[in-house]
Design a protein. Structure first.
Length: 244
């Protein structure tokens, strides 16, 4: 059997996630995980939720704004696939969302909001290191339902990211891993603020603002969270302070 372009891209994605240089940005690693997952599986969106220091589920990052809103909706409603998959640490096989009998769904209120956003099925795989379960990678689809092979690939990508986290923190206790994830949660807030500043200043949407933010940081080998903190404080680099 010949190797396909998809096979090559999948291998490149695993290598990218598993072999970050020392001092990498944890939040950027997990955002790249969602980006690779969407590109390779053909799902509509992907997001990462974790268990925070108090044992509660928290949203960390998502591939797009629609996914971010749905993950935040689940925290507000205290129901949904992201919460269930994060709490159990188990794979969630694809679940079809139906509007005709929402009371019989696992998540009746979330189902209504997801269908309104065009999401017709959800699934999840664990995010873990060899020692610890950290959270879940959540898959949201519009039309196409992920196959068993899709879930296997999603798990490989999640495990590659987990391996990267493990190698970085081999000598650290689980409490320290959680502390660093808490720092990533704080970074997420700063990045959201920076996206809002750029979107408002340049009259663009927040997804375009984030794309410019990441592109600028990468082109200058600058940490995304450091650049976001400067922008959130009003120090917008001249190269970003123009409409393209």
């Amino acid at each position: 059997m010949s190797v396909t372009r998809h096979d090559v891209l999948a291998a490149q994605a695993v290598l990218d996630l598993a072999s970050r240089a020392d001092g990498f940005d944890m939040l950027e690693l997990l955002h790249d995980l969602t980006t690779h997952t969407v590109a390779l599986l053909g799902v509509r969106s992907a997001g990462v939720t974790i268990l925070n220091a108090t044992g509660q589920v928290d949203y960390l990052t998502a591939s797009d704004e629609a996914c971010r809103r749905l993950e935040e909706d689940q925290l507000e409603l205290n129901e949904g696939p992201c919460l269930d998959s994060t709490r159990t640490g188990n794979t969630l096989a694809p679940v079809l969302l139906r509007a005709d009998r929402p009371s019989r769904q696992l998540w009746p209120r979330f189902t209504v909001r997801a269908l309104r956003a065009g999401i017709t099925s959800v699934a999840a795989v664990p995010l873990r290191t060899p020692q610890h379960s950290l959270g879940a990678v959540n898959l949201m689809s519009a039309g196409r339902v992920p196959t068993r092979e899709d879930l296997c690939l999603a798990q490989l990508l999640a495990d590659a990211a987990g391996t990267c986290l493990h190698h970085r923190q081999t000598l650290l206790a689980r409490d320290e891993i959680i502390r660093q994830l808490e720092t990533a949660l704080e970074s997420r807030i700063v990045i959201e603020q920076a996206k809002g500043v750029l979107a408002s200043r340049l009259g663009i949407d927040v997804e375009e603002a984030f794309a410019r933010l990441r592109g600028h940081a990468r082109s200058r080998q600058q940490k995304l969270t450091e650049l976001a903190a400067l922008i959130a404080q009003g120090a917008v680099p001249a190269e970003l302070d123009t409409v393209r």
